[in-house]
Structure formats: structure tokens, C-alpha cells
Design a protein around this ligand. Sequence first.
Ligand code: CMC
Length: 394
Amino acid sequence: TGYVTLDSGYKNTGATKSAITFLDGEEGILRYRGYPIEQLAEKSNFLEVAYLLIYGELPTTEQLNAFAGTITKHTLVHEDIRKIFDGFPSAIHPMAILSSLTCVLTGFYPESLDPNQSTEELDLTIVRLMAKMSTIAAWTYKNSMGHPLNYPRNDLDYCANFLYMMFSFPTEKYEINPVVVSALNKLLILHADHEQNCSTSTVRLVGSANASLYGSVSAGINALWGPLHGGANQEVIEMLEAIEKDGGDTSKFIAKAKDKNDPFRLMGFGHRVYKNFDPRAKIIKVAADEVLQALGMQDSPLLKIAQELEQAALTNQYFIDRKLYPNVDFYSGIIYKALGIPTEMFTVMFALGRLPGWIAQWKEMRENKEPIGRPRQIYVGATERDYVAIGERA
Ligand code: CMC
């Protein structure tokens, strides 16, 4: 009891102390464990960044080899998981499969339910999740296409193996394209953590009840699926395609986004925290140009529409007044599309990237022995009244 302050959407309420990610929305700064996102995106790779987020320091060669090697060793999933795929409806969204099967992992590794796992046991729980989620993610796509599921290949690194599982066929030789591998590494790094966003807060809140890592991450996946959060990358491409289909007039869609009687929003624009350019969007924009050049797709009409739309919004008073800039999702979909990743899989890709962040935040919450999360409310319902028998109600 006592005085409760209301902060709908937690706009000004810090829920935790954290040493993982620093974000300054006014200045457009993002750092993981102190390292600027620009340096990590250019020089590092996804598993190294995952190690940094989860364990707090950049790994030595030995530590990285051990971490990556153990992940590779655990990429196979139990054959019964393969059978579960047969039971899903064919039209199911890949995010629904991803969240379900992430939670199902608790059934195969019941020791992960123990809130008092030793450090070694927890490390194994973490590694299994990092390893198996990439296999499950690739299989959600293969399942949606009705293609045979590909088993992981231990001779490939994390990103190459994921692409192999996504795109290869048992009937054909699969060529790994280094441009695609490098673009995927960059995208996953840029999505790897973003402090207390909706899905991460979900993971921490669920985990604060001593729920397992797999159960907490499964909840985070569902939060990420929402169109105002990770689902926006799919919506951006659908919006760009709709503009293209409509004849390519971006000004019409800018007008729609400004119209308060129209629910349409410019997807990929605006951010709760960034009131300046999202630093990830800057990196992704350059990467989109590079990837499309390297793949000979520089004439992509969607890229052209995105560039026009961005320019039109950045010079429009409505967007200037509200400090609405492109966010990470504005260009990420264009790269995913160029890499051959279908629209329905975009949010799954986001989840794959965000996984080390969720793990690091869950682990930090546990290590800090944070209390169970339990927000208060301001009650605005009926005052006390007496029960009326059903036959006597008006
Ligand atoms: N298009 C048109 N108007 C917008 C947009 C937009 N994309 N975003 C915000 N506004 C307007 C909004 O209508 C409001 O106007 P007014 O003050 O006149 O009522 C004002 O800007 C402030 O918006 P808000 O909804 O109060 O801001 P928020 O911090 O609650 O929402 C947001 C942030 C990201 C949900 C929102 O900007 C949005 O819906 N953007 C489109 C969806 C999107 O791209 N989401 C991805 C976010 S980044 C990836 C991630 O972290 O998940």
C-alpha cells in the first residue's frame, strides 16, 4: 500500500540497474558492455558479441573457440522435436513455432527448470539455447515451405550453418556466399541487445518469478512478435511493397501517417527512446547499400522507395516536430529480403539476434538476486457494492 505513481508504458521508470547496454536516445549512442555498436558491427562477429553480452568481457581466442565449439556441438535437436513439427498447422506463423519450441526445450532438459543450477549447469543451459534456437528457427522456415528439414553442419560457423539449414536442399550442393554470411553477422550483432525494451523486460519479469531461462525467453519471443516491437520489420517490407503496388507515390503514405483519423503509421519510423537517429539504422542503411551492390541488386525498387520515403519524412514538419527518425527496422527488412529471407521470417531473425541479449539480461537479473517483478496499479473500477442475485439484475 502507500503512494503509487502511475507511469503507463514505463516511460520514466527504471525497472533495474544493468551493466550490459548503454543507450543515449538524445545523442543516438548505443554500446554493449562499453563497446560502441559501430565498432562491434564492423570488427566483431555474432558469437563474439554474444559472449561479450553474456559474460561481460570480450573473449580470448581460447574462450571464443570453446564457446563457439560447444555451441556447434549442441546444434542438433532431439528427434522428437522434429516430430512436433508435423503437428503444427501449415499456416502457423514461424514466431509461434519458435516460442512454443523454445519452451518445449524445458521438457528435454528438465534440469533447466532448477533455479539453483550451478554455473557450469547454467552455462550448458545457455549454450543449448544458443545452439538449438538457430536450428529450430531455420526449421520453422523449411516447415512453412514444406521442404525437408536440414540437419546442422558442424564444419560451418554459426551464421554459415544457419544459412545452410535455411537454404540448402539435399538434392543440391549449397554454396556459402561470404557476403551473405558477413551481412547476417552484422544484422545479428545490431539486434543483439537493446536494454530494457518490451521483450527484454518480459524476459526479466518472467524470470524474476524464478521461471526457467527457456520459459522466460519463450515469453520474450511472443513480446517481440508484436507489430510495435520486432514485428515492425515485417510490416516495413509489407508497407514498401504496398507503396510499390500503389504506384510508388510516397507522399500519399506520408499524408496517411500524419492523418490522426487514419491508424496507419510509417513503419520503421519513431522510437520510444531514440529522439535522434537510431545508430543501428545508420549502420544498416550503409550495409543495405553494400549488400545490394555485392549481390547485384542495387536497382531494387523497394530500396528506392525506402530512400524516398525516408527523405520525405525527414524533411516533413510532422516528423521533425515529433523527432521521428528511421529505426533499426527501416532498412533491416531490405537486407533480409536481399539475402533471400522471406518476410514471415524477419521477426524470427530479430529473435535470433536478440537471444544473447535476453540471456545476458536474464542472467544478470538472477545474479543480482532481483526480487519478483510486481508492478502496482491505480484502481479506477467500481467502489464497493452488494452482490445481486441473477434473477434480480436489471
Ligand atoms: N508514424 C506516424 N506517427 C508516429 C509514428 C509513426 N511511425 N511514431 C510515432 N508517431 C507519432 C504518434 O502518433 C504521436 O503523435 P501525437 O503526439 O500527435 O499523438 C507521437 O508521434 C509520439 O508517438 P508515441 O506512439 O506516443 O510514441 P511511443 O514512444 O509510445 O512509440 C513506437 C514508439 C516505436 C511504438 C512508435 O514510434 C511506432 O509505432 N512506430 C512504428 C512501429 C515501429 O517502427 N516499431 C519498431 C520500433 S524499433 C524496433 C524495436 O525496438 O522493436
